[in-house]
Design a protein around this ligand. Structure first.
Ligand code: AMP
Length: 214
């Protein structure tokens, strides 16, 4: 079966963004990251930008009205292309909205990881705003301290990667996003990957389990 539409699900810090980027680069998928799209809007000096920025900084989810139609439109514009969705849908009401509009995922990759591991990963995470690359002070340091290997830009700590917000985001994930596993589980499209392992091993598992690479 050909996999045209893939959703990657997991707690903050599970490696969704990194693995989605690998899938996009190696298998020709278009990477749609709701977090990246919302952070871009949040950086604009507009009323909606400021409102989204404060929601993200608090670790809450932005309202469905702001995101549902936007994503459905992107999906319609990309019809026929292979897409990997990272971060949307993120709660039951969003998944139901897509289903009601006849949008289906061919596969859902679930990156399973513990709170301890997530806390360790996020507490050392460094992000490059322009290139979208992420690093970790211990597990994936950049070649030059504080500088992105790809773009040369200065690395930052995301506002919502601060410890208090990470806890909040994890609890929002458990309450709002975990129920999607049951929703998509019923449609038998969920592929679970143990994401407690290193980035390279997780990628190998995804290639084996999802893309059936020998
Ligand atoms: P992420 O980079 O995926 O962790 O997303 C960063 C933040 O963007 C989240 O903590 C939410 O505030 C917001 N966000 C991303 N995707 C969604 C979504 N599907 N629904 C609501 N808020 C979202």
């Amino acid at each position: 079966m050909s996999l045209n539409t893939i959703l990657i699900l997991g707690a903050p810090g599970s490696g969704k963004g990194t693995q989605a980027k690998f899938i996009a680069d190696q298998y020709g998928y278009k990477h749609l990251s709701s977090g990246d799209i919302l952070r871009k809007t949040a950086s604009e000096d507009t009323e909606i930008g400021r409102s989204i920025a404060s929601i993200i900084a608090a670790g809450e989810l932005v309202p469905d009205e702001l995101i549902n139609k936007m994503f459905l439109n992107s999906f319609k514009n990309l019809e026929g292309e292979k897409i990997i969705c990272d971060g949307y849908p993120r709660k039951l009401s969003q998944a139901e909205f897509l289903a009601d509009n006849s949008f289906v995922f061919d596969a859902v990759i679930y990156l399973n990881v513990s709170l301890e591991e997530v806390t360790d990963r996020i507490s050392g995470r460094l992000t490059a705003k322009l290139s979208g690359e992420t690093y970790h002070v211990k597990h994936r340091p950049p070649k030059v301290d504080g500088v992105c290997d790809v773009s040369g830009e200065k690395l930052i700590i995301r506002e919502d990667d601060k410890p208090e917000t990470v806890k909040k985001r994890y609890s929002v994930y458990l309450k709002e996003t975990q129920p999607l596993l049951e929703f998509y589980g019923k449609k038998s499209v969920v592929i679970e990957i143990d994401s407690e392992q290193s980035m390279d091993i997780v990628w190998k598992e995804i290639e084996k389990e999802v893309f059936k690479k020998k």
